[in-house]
Ligand binder design. Structure first.
Ligand SMILES: NC(=O)c1ccc[n+]([C@@H]2O[C@H](COP(=O)([O-])OP(=O)(O)OC[C@H]3O[C@@H](n4cnc5c(N)ncnc54)[C@H](OP(=O)(O)O)[C@@H]3O)[C@@H](O)[C@H]2O)c1
Length: 312
């Protein structure tokens, strides 16, 4: 099968397309014929070797956590899927593997593909939307009427976070650059704070939830904005964020670190919202697998609007 892979940790140009043996389906897994795979900043960190203790040092490595495609084979002890069924999902294992014609995935890390979406659009959903869902619903416990700030609202996670916070009934203040203000308003943001015109730290009024998606507004910088029982959530696993997550477990104001987990239950909920017309992915661009290096270089500019997807 064709796969985008790398034989050592390093910059984007360690990536190349090659023919390798397709994986076999094992117990509890589903073999997926991948049609589209989305990229995430996690792919960049792993390829640079920053999480070698999690991803392992075995090569070649295939990037890609997000995929959409059809079921090619079903392993023993898997129920509820049929051959050729369109599916989408996110791989939990750090060693990844979705940027390939075939990937074998535990059955609880995939779900039927949202009917409304193309394969490219469906691949853009899982990791980013699951992060937004798990951060806002589980860590921040957003409720109707809450005033919620999303910092980094125009990126992969942020575009879903704006829509999911609205779905949970929040008043959403989206932080992004001026050029993306119209996009986040279209997604449902009630107010936009363009960081190139105004400092979010000077925002007036109480904030119930501050979700720092981008990672440049850590808790100490924004805690003065939070209400007495306000909740802060970050996506960035810095040591200070981990320590604060533990230290604020029993305080009235909390500072959580979200760590995304692939779960069929949540993928099914997202599918329901998408097919019901309340959630949609924003795809900045889709490129063929052969242009993987170009796609990754663009991701690394950190200026993508929504998601970047590779097609197979
Ligand atoms: N802990 C977890 O489980 C988890 C899960 C998912 C992601 N993450 C992390 O979350 C971060 C965001 O992920 P992502 O997929 O959303 O990244 P992304 O799509 O690459 O983010 C790009 C966006 O960042 C925005 N941005 C750039 N500079 C900014 C600034 N100074 N202030 C606010 N926004 C700015 C850009 O908007 P403008 O062009 O408008 O500036 C762009 O739309 C990454 O560090 C990723 O590793 C962690």
């Amino acid at each position: 099968m064709r796969a985008l892979l790398y034989d050592r940790f390093g910059p984007p140009d360690v990536l190349h397309v090659a023919e390798i043996e397709a994986p076999h389906v094992t117990r509890g897994e589903v073999l997926v014929r991948v049609e589209a795979a989305a990229l995430n900043p996690k792919d960049v960190l792993v390829r640079k070797g920053k999480f070698a203790w999690m991803s392992g040092r075995r090569f070649p490595k295939i990037p890609g956590y997000d995929f959409a495609g059809t079921v090619a084979a079903i392993g023993p002890r898997v129920h509820g899927f049929s051959r050729d069924e369109p599916v989408y999902g996110m791989i939990n294992r750090w060693s990844a593997g979705a940027c390939a014609e075939m990937v074998s995935v535990p059955a609880d890390e995939l779900a039927p593909k949202p009917r409304r979406l193309s394969m490219v659009e469906a691949a853009a959903v899982p990791l980013a939307a699951l992060t937004a869902l798990q951060a806002l619903r589980d860590e921040a416990r957003v409720s109707a009427g809450a005033r919620v700030v999303i910092n980094g609202a125009s990126g992969g996670v942020g575009t879903f976070a704006v829509q999911i916070a609205k779905r949970l009934g929040a008043h959403v203040i989206a932080v992004c650059s001026r050029r993306n203000a119209a996009l986040v308003s279209e997604l449902g943001a009630d107010d936009v704070c363009a960081y190139d015109e105004r400092d979010v730290r000077e925002l007036g009024g109480e904030v119930h939830v501050f979700f720092d998606v981008f990672g440049n507004q850590p808790y100490p910088k924004v805690k003065h904005l939070l209400s007495k029982r306000g909740r802060f959530v970050t996506t960035i696993p810095r040591p200070a964020a981990v320590a604060r997550d533990v230290a604020t477990r029993f305080t009235s104001r909390t500072a959580r670190l979200v760590v995304v987990k692939s779960r069929a239950r949540d993928l099914n909920l997202l599918r329901t919202w998408i097919d019901g017309g309340v959630l949609r992915p924003v795809v900045d661009r889709s490129l063929p697998l052969e242009q993987g290096v170009e796609a990754v270089e663009y991701l690394e500019t950190r200026r993508a609007r929504g998601k970047i997807v590779l097609t197979l």
